[in-house]
Design a protein around this ligand. Structure first.
Ligand code: ADP
Ligand code: MG
Length: 376
């Protein structure tokens, strides 16, 4: 589909490395000791809540912000002191500034005209890229005659036409409506694969991150929390923060007490003690004898609700039922602590029903109350 670039982008794509990178704004440490390797051709998604340091990290890589400490490499080159133009990167932002007085064609051609490419070469590349981002019929229009989605495609086209070594994208889909965002997300993933150009994509949207990423890097308050493939991070979040940030609805996190039930390890959940079997018991066995409190994590899709107990369940009362059409969300009040369950849409549950909360002990997560880190 993207013939003009060739399968490996003519070898121009390059790996990126952050090495102990720090950014301070006065007393604020926006990025704190960031070390992160992005291999050549990877789509890395930097994910975290607003203010966690995502944009600052990208801007340091782009050369738009000075670096307070550490090093950034693109390929073999330390770029700390290189001006933005010498870094061979292209950026797409949330607010995609197009040249209002130029047609779509001229907006796309602009980066190539600056580089003084021959006219025929420019024309060929503009038409190829317009095909890729599907704006071939819009080439003669001015930006004001385009929808938000069309403008975003022009901005993407203008970034890829330059064949940079690295793409940087900062929440590029957040101005689109929900339907267009899903559509463009799929296209973006597709042409990132085809271009095979190293891409660092910033978002606060965990669903966008999960679907786009080859690997995720999750940040909180300037500190990198975990890096890994989306499935791995989802299955084994390294901290309470990551556990609560990935997944919608998020993981249920319960404050529980470590007890013993008939001489074996057990958990006291909202006043009810249940045995901790299998690997859950083994994990509890690794705790220091005086550690009596832990955080238990159960994803909403892993919650088992039932009308009866077999001694390993916790009683609760249905607080609310939310119907999503294809499934329902049942929130159970365990006596001050709440758990949410994703259930089939025909599951019979009404507000006020008495149900029992259970979970698969092999798939349950445990976290240290103090360090907030995962207990393996
Ligand atoms: N130019 C600046 N001056 C002072 N503080 C800044 C500046 N830019 C960002 N910050 C602060 O750095 C932190 C990280 O910001 P940012 O990188 O924009 O976060 P994100 O993109 O994850 O929302 C925030 O606390 C923000 O207020
Ligand atoms: Mg930002």
């Amino acid at each position: 589909m993207i013939g003009f670039l060739g399968p490996r982008n003519e070898g121009r794509s390059a790996p990126v490395a952050f090495e102990h990178v720090v950014k301070r704004f006065g007393a604020v440490t926006a990025v704190d000791d960031l070390s992160l390797d992005v291999p050549d051709g990877e789509m890395l998604v930097l994910l975290g809540p607003s203010g966690c340091g995502k944009t600052t990290s990208l801007r340091m890589l782009a050369g738009l912000e000075s670096i307070s400490g550490g090093q950034i490499r693109i390929g073999d080159t330390v770029v700390n002191e290189l001006p933005p133009r010498a870094r061979d990167i292209a950026m797409v932002f949330q607010s995609y500034a197009l040249y209002a007085h130029l047609t779509v064609y001229e907006n796309l051609a602009y980066p190539l005209r600056v580089r003084k490419l021959p006219k025929a070469e420019i024309d060929r590349r503009v038409r190829d890229v317009a095909g890729v981002v599907q704006i071939g019929e819009l080439l003669e229009r001015k930006p004001k005659a385009l929808s938000g989605g069309q403008r975003q495609r022009v901005a993407l086209g203008r970034a890829i036409i330059r064949r940079p070594a690295v793409f940087l994208m900062d929440e590029p889909l957040s101005n689109l409506d929900a339907k267009l965002r899903l559509h463009t997300r799929g296209e973006l993933k597709r042409f990132q694969r085809e271009l095979a150009t190293t891409t660092i994509y910033v978002t606060h949207d965990q669903a966008e991150a999960m679907t786009l990423a080859d690997r995720l890097a999750i940040m909180d308050r300037g500190i990198l929390q975990q890096v890994g493939r989306p499935k791995e991070v989802y299955a084994k979040p390294a901290s309470v923060f990551v556990a609560g940030f990935l997944g919608s609805p998020p993981m249920n996190l319960l404050d529980v007490r470590v007890t013993s039930v008939a001489g074996s390890p057990g958990l006291e959940i909202a006043g009810t003690s249940i045995p901790a079997t299998g690997s859950l018991g083994a994990r509890l066995g690794t705790l220091a004898p005086d550690q009596r409190e832990v955080i238990l994590g159960v994803r909403p899709e892993e919650v088992a609700l039932s009308r009866e107990t077999s001694g390993d369940r916790v009683p609760g009362e249905v607080f609310v039922v939310e119907d999503l059409g294809n499934e329902i969300l049942v929130t159970l009040d365990l006596g001050g602590q709440f758990v949410m369950a994703r259930m089939p849409s025909d599951y019979p549950a009404e507000m006020g029903d008495h149900l029992w909360f259970g979970f698969d002990s092999e798939r349950a997560h445990l976290f240290d109350t103090v360090s907030q880190r995962r207990i393996e």
